[in-house]
Design a protein around this ligand. Structure first.
Ligand SMILES: *[C@@H]1O[C@H](CO)[C@@H](O)[C@H](O)[C@H]1NC(C)=O
Ligand SMILES: *[C@@H]1O[C@H](CO)[C@@H](O)[C@H](O)[C@H]1NC(C)=O
Ligand SMILES: *[C@@H]1O[C@H](CO)[C@@H](O)[C@H](O)[C@H]1NC(C)=O
Length: 465
């Protein structure tokens, strides 16, 4: 009888112990999983890249090609100067994704997509579409995404959308919408709460008193009433109370760049005369091309929010300076192209935000082989998985044409103690990040990085190959 309580306590302990153990183990596993998450994403992206663009295949319409990414097959008919939709029987297999961007299609005729019943995405952006006949989208019962941005549409009947019950994403911006009575039904449809991603950012071009207003926000009551007529007749009358609202001043990526959703989300902002990085790059964009612009400087948090970015192209700008924290937030960036700019060196610390970089293009910059360039070389040594190209000394003349790595090596070979940078030289660089150079000078220089270059460690970075 006296043993019973002990037995109870013992068995309770027995029951409790494993659960404590399990909790611990569970916690550990959770952490491990979190740590593995990013690299796995990377692997997937790499695999996808390897399989990209399988080239023209004999099975498809002669003017289009098949494009594979992430196991999906895209029929790529972009830039083919097409003036019509290829008939559905052009394909040996029914396509699910059809890319028709940058062609010369003007009219979508009734029944243009008959036979395309497997289609889930359709990209018709950057054509010259003026007119969509009411039965044009007949048969597209599975379509989820329809891209009609950057065309010449002035009006569209909501009847045209009825054959697409699964439509979730409809892009209509950058069309010269005439916000008059015939557009009323479409505007009402776009304003239904369940149409959240239909027609966002589409704006009226006419009449003048509604210019630049979003279709989503105008009062449809105004369009087909006598009041509307009266206001229309008043246009040109200076007492008109409704002035067109001006567009926002700050460069916005959605309006300045071309957005492609397929095969992955990509923004083409090249050759736009941009002097700064446009704002509002969405976090699901995988690739941004900012090449051939006039950007002279990258600024703190220019890419904040673009956390999904894997490829960033900044080549052929006039970049002279990259501020601290410019790459902040680029957690997944794999490829960075800085070629053909005016960079002399990269400021200490700038590259520290790029945890998963694997390619860095640096050619065509006037790299100066003085002490300021050492940071770049040490960073590259500490990150041997980063493949880089184009790091050659441009000046001073004694090193011109030499690899920057060779310059740094010869610098270190020649009695580094004598050639320590002077106090004045150090002060020209950002002193906040230099630790305390005088105190550290006595330390043995066996590390890759000279002690005076060492900054306090903010975080540990684990690279998993
Ligand atoms: C503006 O239009 C109203 C109504 O048509 C008219 O009465 C008024 O005189 C006009 N004002 C000017 C400045 O033209
Ligand atoms: C960046 O753009 C330039 C010019 O358009 C192109 O030659 C280069 O291949 C691009 N770089 C990457 C990494 O895509
Ligand atoms: C290296 O050269 C660049 C460009 O001429 C200059 O801005 C920088 O201050 C120089 N750095 C050192 C340590 O002399």
């Amino acid at each position: 009888m006296r043993l019973k309580p002990f037995f109870v306590i013992a068995s309770l302990l027995f029951l409790l112990l494993p659960s404590v153990e399990m909790k611990r183990a569970g916690k550990g596993r959770g952490l491990k999983r979190a740590r593995h998450k990013i690299p796995q994403d990377r692997v997937r992206a790499r695999g996808a890249r390897r399989h990209s663009r399988s080239g023209p295949s004999g099975l498809v319409s002669p003017s289009c090609s098949e494009l594979k990414e992430s196991g999906k097959i895209f029929m790529d008919c972009q830039d083919r100067q097409l003036t019509f939709i290829p008939p559905a029987n052009s394909w040996s297999k029914k396509p699910r994704h059809l890319l028709l961007a940058r062609n010369r299609i003007k009219i979508l005729h009734d029944g243009a997509f008959l036979g395309y019943d497997s289609l889930t995405s359709l990209d018709l952006q950057q054509n010259q579409i003026l007119q969509v006949e009411e039965g044009a989208f007949q048969g597209l019962t599975r379509l989820k995404t329809l891209l009609l941005q950057h065309n010449r549409l002035t009006t569209l009947s909501d009847e045209a959308l009825i054959p697409m019950p699964n439509l979730r994403d409809l892009r209509l911006y950058d069309n010269p919408w005439k916000c008059l009575c015939p557009l009323e039904s479409l505007i009402r449809t776009l304003q239904v709460p369940s149409s959240r991603n239909l027609g966002s950012n589409a704006r009226c071009a006419e009449p003048i008193w509604l210019k630049n207003r979003k279709l989503k926000t105008i009062d449809p009551e105004l369009l087909c009433t006598d009041a509307a007529e009266a206001i229309i007749h008043q246009t040109g009358n200076n007492t008109n109370p409704l002035e067109p609202i001006p567009l926002r001043g700050k460069a916005d990526s959605a309006s300045l760049c071309h957005t492609y959703l397929f095969p992955h989300m990509r923004m083409d902002c090249s050759k736009r005369g941009l002097t700064e990085v446009p704002s509002g790059i969405p976090d699901d964009v995988v690739q941004v091309d900012l090449s051939h612009n006039l950007i002279r400087r990258l600024r703190l948090k220019d890419f904040l929010g673009a956390s999904g970015l894997r490829i960033l192209n900044l080549s052929s700008n006039s970049m002279e300076h990259i501020d601290h924290g410019s790459f902040f937030g680029l957690l997944h960036l794999q490829e960075l192209d800085l070629s053909d700019n005016d960079l002399h060196f990269v400021q200490y610390g700038v590259l520290e935000d790029l945890y998963f970089l694997s390619r860095l293009k640096l050619g065509g910059n006037p790299w100066v082989c003085n002490y300021s360039i050492h940071y770049m070389v040490y960073w590259l040594r500490l990150h041997p998985l980063v493949k880089h190209s184009g790091l050659w000394c441009h000046s001073p003349s004694e090193f011109a044409g030499e690899r920057v790595e060779d310059y740094v090596q010869s610098y270190n070979r020649e009695c580094p103690k004598d050639k320590q940078p002077s106090r004045a030289e150090l002060d020209t660089l950002d002193p906040v990040n230099w630790g305390t150079p005088m105190e550290l000078q006595g330390e043995v220089e066996e590390d890759l990085e000279p002690s005076h270059l060492r900054a306090p460690k903010k975080y540990e970075v684990y690279r998993l190959s």
